[in-house]
Design a protein around this ligand. Sequence first.
Ligand SMILES: [Zn+2]
Length: 88
Amino acid sequence: MNTTWAWRSREPAKNPPDPNYPYGIALDVSLGAAAVCDVVLDYPAPGVGTWIITCEVCGYTAAVTAAGRADDPTKVRLPCKPREPADG
Ligand SMILES: [Zn+2]
């Protein structure tokens, strides 16, 4: 998996972190897919922006927002979907 950070703002996040997630959030966007990839993110994030996560195997791309706070995502579980044949 290829992880890229995209800045949205160089200013610190204005809102306080969600107190329900003092140690970050483990996201799961796989929706129960048979094959998944787990990606560990830098935690906390560098600041306010978006993690762009791309699977080199199937090309699946996910965007995960972060704010450089305690409630940032720590890892993400993504579906891995090998491409179907074009005539399928
Ligand atoms: Zn994949």
